[in-house]
Every structure is written in C-alpha cells, then in structure tokens.
Design a protein. Structure first.
Length: 152
C-alpha cells in the first residue's frame, strides 16, 4: 500500500511559504492544480486541517510536519511531500522550523491505512539519514527513489 502511494505521491521540491498557513495553502493549491483534490473539496480540507492544528500542531519534530485529513469526499488515500529549503515556522513540538511536510488525505473510512501511513512517516521523521538524504536530493526522481528505499 505504501509503495503505491509513493508511486502516485505529489512531490513539491521547494515550498516558498514561510508560515504554517502559507505552506498549507501552497500545498493545497498545488494539489488542486495537479488534480489530486477537486477544487470543491479543497476548502473542506483546509478547514479540517485548521481544526486539527487548533487541537495541536502536526509538526512532529525533527523538521517534519504531517497534516492529515480524513473526509467522506476524498475517494482514495494520497500523500503529498513538500520540502522547504529555508524552513517554515510551524509551531512544531520541538520548536524547530519544518523542512518537510507530508500531507495525508484519506477517505473517512480508511482508518487503518491512515494509521499505517502516520506510523511510517513518524519513523522517517526519527531517521536522521532519511532527513539528511531528503534535504540533499536534487530532484523529484531522487526524492521518490529515497521514499521507495524507505518503504516497508
């Protein structure tokens, strides 16, 4: 399952955003433009992310954030990986800037798949080698290859 999600993941090599909200807006705009999120659903996703962030930041530490949404209007699980070379002020639990954002979009009834992705991404966030190689990856192909190497 994770390998298929990596193959279809939207990868944004360099976010321009400097704040959490700007990053989320930029990721959602790119996702809509790429046809990953219908424009009619984008505002619902934005609202759900804001609700989740109000309960506690999805900045899980080590420069990684994992905003995630489950909605009835999402037909299948997908991921977006976005890098920020300069870092984003994201209110992460460790107070450090976020350089990698994984957005998870899942149908409301995909709880187990959603949890598997969160566990995998949490493991990536704790892996210093992954973070270092991701930061040095030259392009989308290298990023995708690295993700494939790290897939269970």
């Amino acid at each position: 399952m994770i390998q298929a999600l990596i193959d279809s993941a939207l990868i944004l090599e360099a976010l321009e955003a400097t704040s959490k909200q700007e990053a989320i807006d930029e990721i959602l705009a790119a996702s809509t433009e790429a046809g990953r999120i219908p424009s009619a659903v984008a505002n619902k996703v934005r609202k759900k992310i804001a609700e989740r962030e109000a309960r506690g930041s999805t900045g899980i530490g080590n420069g990684v954030a994992v905003p995630h949404v489950k909605l009835d209007t999402i037909e299948s699980t997908s991921i977006v990986l976005a890098r920020s070379p300069d870092g984003i002020e994201y209110e992460a639990i460790d107070g450090r800037p976020v350089h990698t954002v994984f957005l998870i979009l899942a149908p409301a009834d995909a709880a187990e798949e959603h949890l598997q992705l969160l566990r995998w991404i949490s493991g990536l966030a704790r892996n210093a080698d992954f973070r270092r190689f991701l930061g040095k990856a030259k392009d989308e192909a290298e990023i995708r290859e690295l993700l494939c190497e790290m897939a269970p």
